[in-house]
Design a binder for this molecule. Sequence first.
Ligand SMILES: NC(=O)c1ccc[n+]([C@@H]2O[C@H](COP(=O)([O-])OP(=O)(O)OC[C@H]3O[C@@H](n4cnc5c(N)ncnc54)[C@H](O)[C@@H]3O)[C@@H](O)[C@H]2O)c1
Length: 305
Amino acid sequence: MRALLTGLGAWGSLWYEKLLLRDDIVLAGAVDLNRNTWKAEASVRFFADAEQAMELVKPDFVLNATPPKMHRLINDLAFDRDIPVLCEKPIAENHEDVLHIASRALKGQKMMIAENYRYAPQARAFKAALGREPVGVIQEIHILFKRRHHIGNYHMSMKHPLLLDVGIHHLDMLRYFAGSEAKRVTAGFHTPPGSWYRGYSNAELLITMQDGLKVTYVGSLDAEANETGWYGQWTFTGENGELCLAPDDREDNAGSDAVLDSFIDYVRNGKMPETHISDNIKTQSIANAALQSFHERKEITLDAD
Ligand SMILES: NC(=O)c1ccc[n+]([C@@H]2O[C@H](COP(=O)([O-])OP(=O)(O)OC[C@H]3O[C@@H](n4cnc5c(N)ncnc54)[C@H](O)[C@@H]3O)[C@@H](O)[C@H]2O)c1
């Protein structure tokens, strides 16, 4: 299959290496506005313009690793040409773009969101073991995420860099581990004095799932000590005890191969991927409810479906 990669920044460059290594994929083209990101491979055509690239390369799929604000533009170009899209999380930065992308995709475009955390082997192994553990029914989940993440990219202009660019992974893992959907959300956000960020770099969420499970999420991009891994530190409290999960994240794109496998299977054989847009919109809805809760200073109840 012929791939076109859009975005050759920090994360897009990891995708670039991964795509080159795959036997079942030919990386036919790559796009970045910034020519300094272009690589040396003679086998890949480089472009500054995504529309021109799609016209000339005619890829079998687009892998969109541009910043969240650009997701709509790139996805629309692909949708206009019926090209399947594997798009990085979050679906988009603002909710109007999220709804636009989801509504276009759900009208017949093939689209999956690359939520690699839930596909990481450690997350898979933990989920498989959850039902077998003697702790009984899980009643509470506590998620702690603390990183000193000082990065000078699009994060600096995001109003909610923690929730929308990083916490979105944890909300997606939560749905995966819990096997149920969120029902009610209350949230607070703050930016500590001296923070690297202008937007909200810290968040506290209280989530009640549809089955009554209580979840607390505490996250920070400003941690000066006691950092957790990127996947966070999870405590599951059951009827008979506790389970802890603190996945090793040394290979921070672990899970990306499984994401690609799943996407290729979807495009080739029509097998619905777990993080299809129709599923991932539920992860994004938790984030949106958290923002609404913060603005309206009240608990938000999510739609049941
Ligand atoms: N799954 C993960 O674990 C993970 C980790 C990091 C980033 N990401 C996601 O990957 C995406 C990119 O993140 P990043 O860290 O690589 O960002 P980045 O800022 O390092 O790189 C983004 C690149 O996109 C390019 N770009 C911007 N607009 C463009 C356009 N219209 N056409 C072509 N290129 C354009 C920029 O020039 C830049 O090189 C984001 O959606 C982010 O959330 C995912």
